[in-house]
Design a protein around this ligand. Structure first.
Ligand SMILES: Cc1ncc(COP(=O)(O)O)c(C=O)c1O
Length: 450
């Protein structure tokens, strides 16, 4: 390994790198040195509890030797194979994915990550139906590449307008806490609430004309836009609308998949079988880049005779596939899906306690180990601690406090996302929550001062 003094890591990284999602003059990256389990350490030896699975991906935790060994073995035997070649990891991973994904999905296209999984998914939906439009939701993120950013509903898309991929129409999410339809009747039953949002979607389908709509793409549980969990009956209702109008249902499980919600995939909570499902992140737990598109065979067979015009040099990279096989093996061996469901109950309890205690907590939600705290300036008006898509001094101070006290966490606008590795123990979860509890004094004070 080439030697470099730790003190050089940050200055050299800053000198030569262009940083994603950043104003270049204002980046201040953590100079990370090593990681194990639910912790990582910076070059000064400071330890962070990883409450965000780093980039919502290290589901099995850091530094698992079983995965590292599998990757090293693969690199020694065959470090690269062309995307058109059959390999042992390709054979094995397809079979494993067939076993763990919802019934009916049995063909897998490997991609480099989540964005290009979604890019390919919409190509399939368009080719299969012969139609063009894709419906997606406003509170969503589907990736940063040309097509994926157009599918994205949040400001990460609007920043690039008007030159994004055409043909995407957005609709509203069934987001109970901030439901425009239900401001004056927040106590509406879950069934009626669901029906209102299905009616909204059907109305949009009608206006856009079903004969123009190829697919409906949704995060099964919305991630960065606020861990929005579909109400009872919603996913089944979307499935029915797709069937009624000949629309391909595409579930984006890039963040919600691989045990995150306490099931292998979030759609499993509602026994809904999408026509196409995209995945990445937890698929390799961040040990190597990989995404996948799972397809119903009827959709794949559209290209039985016709050539699928698409592919990248590194599709199906053997080291990434070997990582994914080993990660799934670890999840099965250590029962991590079940563990996420169990530890998720503690997460729900800890979130409820914070909500009761802190006036700046407007709402909390969680499913499995996928949680969110929504911070508000006023519980009655629900005014968020930052305007939509923006930051505020309170949220900046909150993040600073959490980082200084060794909790690595994602602050997204007015929300705190809780997305720890699935291996987290009860005491580690409580350790992070004790710091959040202290940190929330910052936002509580913001209310008192108003
Ligand atoms: C739901 C969802 N879809 C797609 C993506 C894009 O994945 P990637 O960054 O691997 O391209 C992300 C990434 O955060 C995501 O959360």
């Amino acid at each position: 390994m080439i030697e470099l003094p730790d003190s050089e890591i940050l200055p050299l990284s800053l000198k030569y790198n262009f940083w994603t999602w950043s104003a270049q003059a204002h980046v201040s990256p953590i100079a990370i040195k090593k990681a194990k389990g639910v912790y990582f350490w910076d070059v000064d030896g400071k330890r962070y509890l990883d409450f965000n699975s780093t980039t919502m991906c290290v589901n099995i935790g850091h530094g698992d030797e079983r995965v590292i060994e599998a990757m090293v073995d693969q690199a020694r035997e065959l470090s690269f194979a062309g995307p058109g070649m059959a390999t042992k990891p390709r054979a094995l991973l397809g079979k494993l994915l067939d076993e763990i994904t919802p019934d009916g999905l049995s063909k897998f296209l490997y991609t480099l990550g989540g964005a290009d999984a979604n890019e390919n998914a919409i190509k399939f939906a368009r080719a299969f139906t012969g139609k063009t439009k894709i419906l997606a939701r406003y509170r969503s993120y589907h990736g940063a590449s040309y097509g994926a950013v157009a599918l994205t509903g949040d400001p990460r898309r609007t920043a690039w307008e008007p030159t994004v991929m055409p043909g995407v129409v957005h609709f509203l999410d069934p987001y109970r806490y901030r439901s425009t339809f239900h401001r004056t009747n927040p106590d509406i039953s879950e069934e009626e609430f669901t029906q209102d949002y299905l009616n909204h979607l059907e109305e949009i389908i009608t206006y856009e004309r079903p004969q123009t709509i190829a697919g409906i793409l949704m995060e099964s549980v919305t991630g960065t836009n606020g861990v929005i969990i579909p109400p009872r009956g919603y996913m089944q209702g979307v499935r029915q609308l797709c069937d009624k109008y000949g629309i391909v249902m595409i579930a984006d499980e890039v963040m919600s998949g691989f045990g995150r919600t306490g099931k292998w995939f979030a759609v499993d909570h509602w026994q809904v079988k999408p026509d196409i499902m995209t995945m990445a992140k937890g698929l390799t737990s961040g040990y190597a880049p990989l995404g996948a598109v799972a397809l119903r065979p009827e959709i794949a067979s559209k290209f039985s005779e016709e050539i699928y015009q698409g592919g990248l040099t590194y599709n199906g990279h053997p080291i990434s596939l070997a990582a994914a096989i080993a990660v799934i093996g670890v999840m099965q061996e250590d029962h991590l899906v079940q563990r996420a469901a169990e530890t998720g109950q503690l997460l729900t309890k800890l979130l409820d306690e914070l909500e009761k205690k802190h006036p700046s907590v407007g709402a909390v939600r969680s499913i499995g180990l996928f949680g969110v705290i929504e911070l508000v300036k006023n519980r009655q008006t629900k005014e968020p601690m930052t305007p939509y898509g923006k930051s505020s001094p309170e949220m900046v101070a909150l993040k600073k406090y959490l980082f200084e006290h060794g909790v690595y966490i994602e602050i997204h606008w007015h929300t705190i996302l809780i997305i720890p590795p699935l291996i987290i123990t009860s005491s580690e979860l409580e350790e992070g929550f004790a710091v959040i509890d202290q940190a929330l004094q910052i936002t509580d004070q913001a209310i008192a001062m108003d």
